[in-house]
Ligand binder design. Structure first.
Ligand code: NCD
Length: 325
């Protein structure tokens, strides 16, 4: 997919050739090693910027619309913080129930409305493909912040950035993903994105929550070695990254089934005694019960660093699509 270049109020000083200028960010399939290196490099600079100065005026005069049809804490507030730290402004629509959506307004009309007020739109929506539909109608770049059980590309970018910052490489790693691999959009995007590198993957889930075949097809095409198992004990001593996910209650038609599966995995200190000393435990958050609070103080617990990194990645993406990085 090669999205068209959209209007972002082009100035002669803009960076037109960064590969992201005026583009939608809809799927991880838009990324390869070259543009990943670029985004990770800019995100690292954003981190240094925030640590040294707190903020900058790179996106002064720019406006982001944050359009969330599903609950969010980290994604929506980190996009907002990213825009504010770069000197831009935000129209936050986190409670669509109070917007005209409740009056029956369609997604295309809502998007057309917001594009008349803003330079870029971030959207989270319960339906797979919704960000792509929004992108078809919008004249400004659309960033997918989660489309149902489809993708969550910016989460996968921040996950990869965290691995890179913590373990200094993306190559030669063994990564296990644990939990709800069927409905979890973060692991769909992360699996596809990691398949650009020389990694070994393990998919750990109960049989009915296994990774969908279209995601496994990407892994197979790229000739990435992988294993499928039900037990975290099978992988714990070998992994460099243990990526834990929540069982996605809101995606279950049968809540009794959710109740049966919700505590299938609980990562605790006892499990971690079998893990390497230099490995990391990740989670996109929110967690319910799948990582014990006793793990939080372990230096291998990376999920709070991961959350912070989300802001740096989103600063990089916003600056890139608006031609300021
Ligand atoms: C994830 C999501 O929304 O997919 N959360 C997030 O963006 N950090 C994971 C989840 O809800 O379990």
């Amino acid at each position: 997919m090669c999205p068209q270049t959209k209007s972002v109020g082009r100035l002669p000083s803009d960076h037109f050739d960064n590969g992201f200028y005026g583009k939608d960010i809809l799927s991880v399939s838009q990324f390869d090693k070259t543009n990943l290196d670029y985004i990770f490099g800019v995100a690292h600079e954003m981190r240094v910027l925030v640590e040294r100065f707190g903020s900058a005026d790179l996106l002064q005069g720019k406006i982001l619309s944050n359009l969330f049809y599903e609950p969010s804490t980290r994604t929506s507030s980190s996009f907002m913080a990213a825009m504010l730290r770069l000197g831009g402004q935000v129209i936050p629509i986190n409670n669509v129930q109070y917007s005209s959506v409740t009056k029956g307004e369609s997604l295309p009309d809502t998007v057309r409305t917001l594009e008349s007020y803003s330079d870029v739109i971030v959207i989270r929506h319960p339906e797979v493909g919704s960000a792509e539909i929004a992108a078809r109608y919008a004249q400004v770049p659309i960033i997918n912040a989660g489309d149902g059980i489809g993708e969550h590309p910016t989460q996968a970018l921040l996950d990869m950035f965290t691995i890179l910052e913590d373990l200094q490489t993306l190559n030669g790693l063994r990564v296990a993903m644990v939990g709800d691999l069927k409905f979890g959009r973060t692991v769909h995007s992360l699996t596809k994105l990691l398949s650009n590198y020389n990694v070994e993957l393990s998919f750990v889930s109960p049989p009915i929550l296994q990774m969908p075949s279209d995601v496994l097809d990407v892994v197979k095409q790229r000739k990435i070695p992988f294993t499928i198992t039900e037990s975290a004990h099978d992988v714990i001593s070998d992994v460099d990254v243990l990526y834990v996910t929540r069982v996605q209650k809101e995606r279950f038609a049968d809540l009794a089934e959710y109740e049966r599966l919700k505590d299938f995995y609980v990562v605790d200190q006892e499990l971690l005694t079998k893990a390497k000393e230099k490995m990391i435990v990740m989670h996109p958050l929110p967690r319910v019960n799948e990582i014990s609070y006793t793990v939080d103080d372990d230096p291998r617990a990376a999920y709070f660093r991961q959350m912070r990194n989300g802001m740096y990645i989103r600063m990089a993406l916003l600056a890139a699509v608006l031609g300021k990085a």
